[in-house]
Design a protein around this ligand. Sequence first.
Ligand SMILES: [Ca+2]
Length: 95
Amino acid sequence: MAIKSRSICADGKREMTIEEFKRWLKKFDADKDGRISRDELAEAVRVSGGWFARLKARRGVRTVDRNGNGFIDESEIKNLAEFADKHLGIRIFHL
Ligand SMILES: [Ca+2]
């Protein structure tokens, strides 16, 4: 059974599972603390071809970061997945 990891669906969004999404995010965890900061999210937006990376990242962290500590951690990944669907052209399975 083949695993589709690089599939693009009809509307141009990249599809990945939550596990693939986490792995993808890890690349942007520059200081390796296991959390995604605003700057790290900005980089993720930028490489996804998004415009206004810093602005989006700032807004993104504000909406995704439910406990308001300025970082996106493991428990907030699902919120980030929604953000990715809206702003990064990434669709996460099993939401
Ligand atoms: Ca980090």
